[in-house]
Design a binder for this molecule. Structure first.
Ligand SMILES: Nc1nc2c(c(=O)[nH]1)N[C@H]1C(S)=C(S)[C@@H](COP(=O)(O)OP(=O)(O)OC[C@H]3O[C@@H](n4cnc5c(N)ncnc54)[C@H](O)[C@@H]3O)O[C@H]1N2
Ligand code: MOO
Length: 467
């Protein structure tokens, strides 16, 4: 299968996330399932936009009282020549024609008024202010910002902090959102350790640590993460969704935690799921939250053809439909995508960490983004001369694009190649250090350049790396 076909299949297989009503406090990052409408107008009534005086008609004005935001409203209609002292956000009395800010207000001494005030008969009493106002100024009218029932955001909008504030202002306590897809992670490999310095023959898990960031970046939720021993039985037990189960030697980390816990102390693998008592299954399930309903399970390692690589056999055993079984891409060719009979999707990532990252960008990110997936921009690859000799010290950092680009016709690579690059004014520059077992190049890169089979120097698509 070509790399482009594999990505297209993953995009088509993207599961739709269920809709649920969640409180505002947990909605951030989700997508709105329905348009957001105003349950109340904003402002809810005519209010002052300034601290000062709500006035009616021409000045000077006799000040009849004071209205604070959240306090008692002025109960009577404001008649021409009258004012109330008012706070920003407080409801202006009916009859208000504008607000005179404190800065523009001049208090007047208690002398006879210059015109016939309706509230005075000849003498000016109490507090008076004067000033220049413009009709309607500094009064926010009911519904002026958002009208009652108005649709302010469409379905599909991502819930950002600003969206949460807006929803609250419009009267919402809960939002109908598409729940973020949940991804469970199974790290396989008896040689893989979760922390500390690996002894010879052991290796630090380098995939488990990058997956949570990648999954969150793609808009999904990190579910349970388990480290399971090599062997078909633990893998089968961990993949079996009904009833939820976890092998005895599996250890788990709560979502979003650090590195996966290490393996147990060498006890044999768990018995097959069917041999376990229901109570034990339940306890294990509770321990790891596996019943949380992850729509996608990522299996790291066990994807190839070695004696400890059981993924294909186990999937076959479970009656899974295999959608992608190996891809003509370097690195990452043993990657896999399958659907279990219950609908849960399984993504198999190769054990080599850079190969796993490349495979995650090929299959997992399109699955998680679905309709939101965007193809990368195209850019020219800035190629520099290849090292003089394969044995020269710089050879291990050589940029493999050159060899292929310069290869004679008919001998070009039949695989797509994913090459870590940095953007520059000259185009996308390969950063090297791109062997399947090392994330060094990817760690220095902005993106992976997609060089199709037979690439001949034309601009290439850049697959964004999670920031
Ligand atoms: N006969 C064949 N052998 C291999 C093939 C093949 O087609 N035929 N493909 C090679 C390629 S390419 C890759 S990639 C690997 C994929 O192997 P697996 O997915 O089965 O993974 P493992 O064998 O378990 O491990 C491979 C390699 O990666 C290290 N590893 C595993 N997990 C982790 C981890 N979480 N963090 C860091 N490193 C990890 C493991 O120690 C091995 O060195 O198969 C090739 N072989
Ligand atoms: O997936 Mo492997 O090279 O292609 O490491």
């Amino acid at each position: 299968m070509t790399w482009a076909e594999a990505r297209a299949i993953a995009l088509r297989a993207s599961p739709s996330a269920p809709v649920e009503e969640v409180p505002l406090s947990t909605a951030r990052g989700c997508r709105l399932a329905r348009p957001l409408t105003a349950l109340v107008p904003v402002p809810g009534t005519d209010v002052s936009a300034m601290d000062g005086y709500a006035v009616a008609g021409e000045g000077p004005w006799r000040v009849l009282g004071r209205v604070l935001a959240g306090g008692r409203a002025h109960g009577e209609v404001l008649k021409p020549g009258c004012a109330v002292e008012i706070a920003t956000g407080a409801p202006v009395p009916e009859g208000t024609t504008s607000v005179l800010p404190y800065e523009a207000a001049h208090p007047l001494a208690p002398t006879p008024p210059t015109h016939d005030s309706p509230t005075l008969s000849g003498e000016r009493e109490g507090v008076w202010v004067a000033g220049v106002v413009q009709e309607g100024r500094h009064v926010r009218r009911r519904g002026e910002d958002v009208g009652l029932g108005e649709v302010v955001l469409g379905a599909g909008t991502r819930v950002t902090p600003a969206v949460l504030g807006l929803a609250a202002a419009l009267g919402h306590d809960v939002l109908a959102v598409h729940r973020r897809l949940e991804v469970a992670v199974l790290v396989t490999g008896d040689e893989v350790i979760g922390e500390g310095l690996p002894e010879p023959g052991r290796v630090r898990d380098a995939i488990g640590p990058f997956l949570p960031g990648l999954i969150a970046w793609a808009g999904a939720r990190v579910g349970p993460r388990l480290t399971i021993p090599d062997g078909a039985a633990p893998l089968r037990a961990a993949l079996m969704p009904h009833p939820p189960a976890v092998p005895d030697r599996a250890t788990s980390v709560p979502p979003g935690d650090g590195a996966p816990a290490s393996l147990g102390d060498g006890a044999p693998g768990s018995p097959a799921q069917g041999a376990r008592r229901p109570s034990a299954q339940k306890a294990d399930a509770g321990r790891v939250g596996w019943e949380g309903g992850a729509e996608i399970v990522v299996v790291c390692g066990a994807s190839s053809k070695g004696p400890a690589d059981h993924l294909r056999a186990v999937l076959d055993d479970l009656g899974a439909e295999v959608l992608v079984d190996g891809v003509a891409v370097r690195p990452g060719h043993p990657q896999l995508l399958a659907r279990l009979p219950c609908g849960r999707l399984v993504v198999g990532l190769p054990g080599n960490p850079f190969a796993a990252l490349a495979a995650a960008l090929t299959l997992l990110v399109p699955l998680l983004k679905g309709e939101r997936y965007e193809y990368g921009e195209r850019m020219t690859l800035a190629v520099t001369p290849a090292p003089a000799s394969p044995t020269s010290p710089s050879h291990r950092n050589q940029q493999p694009v050159h060899a292929a680009h310069q290869a004679p016709r008919g001998h070009r690579h039949s695989n797509t190649r994913l090459v870590p690059v940095r953007r520059s004014g000259k185009g996308a520059v390969p950063v090297g250090h791109d062997r399947p077992g090392s994330l060094w190049g990817a760690a220095m890169a902005d993106a992976l350049a997609v060089l199709p089979p037979g690439w001949d120097g034309e601009p290439v698509e850049l697959l964004e790396l999670p920031d």
